[in-house]
Design a protein around this ligand. Structure first.
Ligand SMILES: [Zn+2]
Length: 211
């Protein structure tokens, strides 16, 4: 907690005064163009990763960057998505998984979280990804298996995202773009799913730029 409190003091004394105009412009409203959905993992900093400022990205985080399909759970994730799309009018939704994801590791080893009923129940929404990997990549093990699941989970959650009425309506109008990313913590590299190639490719090389 000491680290947090000294950081807060630094923000108050140094950072805020230097950015007073930015915060004044944000004081009465926001107009972010992107919803960023990612894992709660402490090693991910969406604003650092995308070099964005306060007000630029609307963020939804949970263990495993999971989006339950519409109707399965009416909760924080559904409400955040609906608000981002309908009230804020975001044009892009990035769903970003990451390397060494503890939630995905637990999905491969459910017994490791058997004593955590809430985590176990939440990870059920990643079950379709696990099943796809199990059926199609049965030769993989260890880190390769985990990485395949991390990618497949991003695709599964993008599918779930499309079931949300606000998302499907804006997609149909051509007013929304969905992006599936995986952030590699150790290398800093981000790969994005390229539907044409049906695989994840380095983002800086071939993924379309965000509007
Ligand atoms: Zn994670």
């Amino acid at each position: 907690m000491k680290k947090v409190m000294s950081g807060l003091a630094k923000f108050h004394d140094e950072v805020f005064p230097k950015n007073r105009d930015l915060f004044a412009s944000l004081a009465s409203g926001q107009k972010p163009e992107t919803l960023f959905i990612t894992c709660s993992d402490s090693r991910i900093d969406p604003s650092l990763l995308t070099q964005t400022k306060p007000g630029d990205i609307f963020i939804c985080r949970n263990a495993g960057n999971i989006v339950p399909a519409h109707g399965e759970v009416i909760g924080g994730v559904s409400a955040t998505i609906e608000y981002a799309v309908l009230a804020l009018g975001v044009r892009d939704i990035i769903l970003c998984g990451h390397s060494d994801c503890g939630a995905m590791r637990a999905l491969l080893n459910p017994r490791s979280v058997a004593h955590m009923p809430a985590v176990s129940a939440w990870l059920r929404y990643g079950e379709s990804a696990r099943f796809v990997v199990q059926e199609n990549h049965s030769h993989l093990s260890g880190a390769d298996l985990l990485n395949a699941l991390i990618e497949q989970n991003v695709l599964a959650q993008l599918d779930n995202l499309r079931t949300h009425p606000a998302v499907s309506a804006r997609l149909a109008k051509g007013q929304l773009n969905l992006h599936g990313w995986v952030y590699d913590i150790g290398s800093g590299e981000v790969t994005a799913h390229d539907p044409a190639q049906a695989r994840f490719v380095p983002l800086h090389a071939s993924a379309p730029a965000l509007a």
